[in-house]
Write a new protein. Structure first.
Length: 341
């Protein structure tokens, strides 16, 4: 079974081909970072228009790379939500148009399910059940994952997500957009402990997160001050340490409460090297296993959408050709509401 995956939830256009037996055949990703940099954040209308320009050329490119043609496709998957409504509509409309023309199924995939299942593409892969830490620009959640579509929300952020806090703090430090990777790189030159920043809800006794106060604490450090390069690096290092401290502590608490020994880390913040190093260190100490997607699949991508669709199609009794001319997207969509595969 060959699945084309299309991801257009925000500011990255991703397409991929995944074969149920042969694995990932080809994938391509186009980032809109340069397009939005002058605005300091994503402009939804510009994002949607750029997706329109990119999806079909990228699709043609990966088909050629894999030595396939459109007629070889058995299904087309797309990100149905959550995300920017206009951006989602681009991927959904192209997916449904192609599926209708080819007489194959069109599957709407939850963006976070794609992230959550992406470590299963790596080797070794986790086994169900496991705890998942989803940390990205829009979400910080802890889930208990018992199977494809069987997700229990254990805790989530009450305000800013971890990746959002990274980007906003990077803006305070004049690091540009997108700021998360730039802040992490600057933190490598910093000295921890030179300033004091809070670890929000570290000892709250639950699995919830809150990062808006941490961002405000950085604002108080930089407000009205002319920072030299070392001071900026010191702030970046302490900020990153605070985020990592909270994510690690909450993840370990979720494992203890559930009695599970496997942790999956997914989403853009999952690419943070400090977070990976700390979790790997703790896992070795406590006899745990931590699984990550490949760095290229931490960001939004088509491979995770194609893979999630393939996992769901494994449980389908038969494939139903696309017959409807109507479709919808879900800009707000709770992962825990998904039905099991």
């Amino acid at each position: 079974m060959l699945v084309l995956g299309i991801e257009t939830s925000c500011d990255e256009t991703g397409v991929a081909l995944y074969h149920a037996r042969r694995g990932l055949l080809a994938h391509a990703l186009y980032s809109q970072a340069a397009l939005h940099a002058d605005y300091g954040g994503v402009v939804p209308e510009l994002a949607s228009r750029d997706h329109i320009r990119r999806v079909l050329p990228l699709t043609r490119a990966i088909l050629a790379q894999a030595g396939c043609v459109l007629a070889d496709l058995d299904a087309i998957a797309y990100t149905q939500g959550p995300g920017l409504a206009g951006a989602l509509l681009v991927g959904a409309s192209i997916a449904h148009g192609l599926a209708y023309a080819l007489g194959v199924p069109a599957l709407g995939i939850h963006h976070l399910e794609g992230h959550l299942l992406s470590p299963l593409m790596a080797r070794p892969a986790p086994q169900f059940p496991f705890i998942a830490l989803l940390a990205s620009g829009g979400h910080s959640q802890l889930m208990r994952v018992a199977g494809v579509g069987d997700y229990e929300l254990l805790g989530e952020t009450l305000d800013d997500a971890a990746g959002e806090a990274f980007d906003k703090t990077a803006k305070l430090l004049d690091l540009g957009y997108p700021g998360g990777p730039a802040l992490a790189k600057l933190a490598e030159q910093g000295r921890r402990g030179r300033i004091t920043l809070p670890r929000p809800m570290l000892h709250s006794g639950d699995l919830e997160f809150s990062f808006s106060g941490l961002k405000t604490a950085v604002l108080m450090q930089v407000k009205g001050r002319a920072l030299d390069p070392q001071a900026r690096a010191d702030i970046a290092a302490e900020f990153q340490a605070a985020i990592v401290d909270v994510l690690v502590a909450k993840s370990l608490a979720a494992l203890r409460l559930s009695g599970l020994k496997q942790l999956v880390v997914a989403g853009g913040v999952g690419a943070n090297l400090e977070l990976r190093a700390r979790l790997t260190q703790v896992a070795a100490r406590d006899g745990l296993q931590v699984f990550y997607p490949a760095l290229e699949f931490c960001t939004d991508n088509g491979a995770m959408i194609a893979f999630a669709a393939a996992k769901r199609l494994e449980h389908a009794s038969r494939l139903t050709p696309h017959a409807s001319r109507s479709f919808s997207v879900r800009p707000r969509w709770g992962l825990e509401t998904l039905a099991p595969a």
